[in-house]
Design a protein around this ligand. Structure first.
Ligand code: AMP
Length: 417
């Protein structure tokens, strides 16, 4: 009896063939755009101390309450597969003393993230994000640059018609005062709210803006808006971000109902959605998180950044798989005893910079030729001891040459000599 087949876990997927090629193209775009703007690549571990997310992302958020994959190590420490990238990047900033570098420090990543979500199209339990974080400056130009880079990335990968919604959450203090106002509004209308929103009036009243529940929506339409309660500094910051986006020709809509699902945001928040994505319409989003580094034990450090979903960008975009570079030399052999010589030629060809492959599947000489043709090889060398038949499959010629001159002959034929 054969062993039962195993499948990838629910909400996860394998990346194969064209998908892998499109991902490489997406990564190349992200690298060109972000490194061109001074962002350095960073990779943090796939798992972190659970406390990082509890403290960083916030105990009241959906992510921390119900979406984390958490486990215990042999010493009884609680670890969590990273559900997002901002808290780990801030942790790394503090751990490596990056506040001593010239500011702002700009970092980007392309990493996988893990959330225990209900799996559906565009929503997975392991997914990838491109992210960009800029730490160490509260200049509104940094917010505007960050947003403009996300918009540029989406354009580069062919996401058309994306909508940019923008708001400001003000400072922690303003938000504290506003939360009280909002709570009284919610309490006064408690009867019309969804069960979920009602149960979180104390914990996270702002999330009521995200509700799809009919009654809640009506209550929220009449709710006081945070944007109207910003202090002068925050209002000025927001107005400069908007002005700079206009200078950069980035179209946006101010949406005072925009609240993001993570606790660390302050001042600017934004989200990009695409109609072509259906229910899971978010392509990317982010904002400013001025208190986060300090909350993680670092010096007071402002920061702003975003993350965009790789799978969502692939669904909404039109990146094409890249062409596979053609094989320049295929090394075939007549008799098994020539396999060793063929392997030597393969190694020599590769050190000379040729894209070379050899027969590795035990095919007959005829089968080898068919395989070389299927690969689109330019040259095939059919090794037979000291002598080799070199065939130019593209140009149509053939010549019998000494085996130790094969690489030289191919290089000459390709005019790279
Ligand atoms: P967030 O960190 O929740 O702001 O998410 C940023 C972006 O990551 C979203 O706009 C999506 O494009 C993507 N994303 C978030 N969660 C998932 C998921 N479970 N599956 C696929 N993509 C996701």
């Amino acid at each position: 009896m054969s062993a039962p087949k195993l499948k990838a876990p629910r909400g996860t997927f394998d990346v194969l063939g064209e998908q892998a090629s499109v991902r490489s193209a997406l990564e190349a775009s992200a690298r060109a755009i972000l490194e061109g703007a001074g962002y350095e690549r960073i990779e943090t571990p796939a798992f972190e101390a659970t406390e990082l997310f509890a403290r960083g992302v916030g105990e009241s958020t959906d992510i921390v309450r119900k979406e984390m994959f958490t486990f215990t190590d042999e010493a009884g420490r609680s670890l969590t597969l990273r559900p997002e990238g901002t808290a780990p990047v801030c942790r790394a900033y503090v751990e490596h003393g990056m506040h001593k570098r010239r500011q702002p420090v700009k970092l980007w990543y392309l990493s996988s993230f893990f959330r225990h979500e209900r799996a559906q199209a565009g929503r997975y339990r392991q997914f990838w994000q491109v992210g960009a974080e800029a730490l160490g400056s509260d200049d509104p130009a940094l917010d505007a640059e960050s947003i403009a880079l996300l918009v540029e990335l989406l354009q580069a990968v062919g996401v058309t018609g994306a909508r940019l919604r923008l708001s400001s959450l003000g400072s922690a203090e303003t938000r504290g005062e506003y939360r009280e106002l909002l709570k009284s509004h919610l309490r006064a209308n408690e009867g019309s709210l969804s069960e979920d929103v009602r149960s979180r009036i104390e914990l996270n009243p702002l999330r009521a803006f995200d509700s799809d529940h009919e009654g809640t929506r009506r209550v929220m339409e009449a709710a006081p808006r945070l944007l109207e309660h910003l202090n002068d500094d925050d209002a000025e910051h927001f107005s400069q971000v908007r002005e700079l986006l206009e200078v950069a020709n980035v179209a946006y809509e101010v949406d005072s109902t925009l609240v993001r699902g993570l606790d660390y945001y302050a001042r600017t928040v934004f989200e990009l959605t695409s109609d072509s994505l259906g229910a899971q319409s978010g392509v990317g989003g982010g904002g400013r998180y001025d208190g986060l580094v300090e909350q993680l034990g670092g010096p007071p450090t402002p920061g702003v950044g975003w993350a965009a979903g790789v799978e969502r960008m692939m669904l909404a975009g039109d990146l094409q798989p890249g062409a596979v570079a053609p094989v320049e030399l295929f090394v075939a052999f007549e008799q098994p005893r020539s396999r060793r010589i063929a392997f030597g030629i393969l190694a020599e060809a590769r050190s000379a910079g040729l894209r070379a492959q050899m027969e590795l599947g035990g095919r007959s000489p005829k089968g080898q030729l068919g395989y070389a043709n299927a690969l689109g090889a330019h040259y095939v060398a059919i090794v037979d001891g000291e002598a080799t038949m070199l065939r130019d499959l593209e140009g149509g010629g053939r010549e019998r040459i000494a085996t130790d001159t094969v690489v030289h002959a191919v290089l000459r034929g390709l005019r790279t000599l």
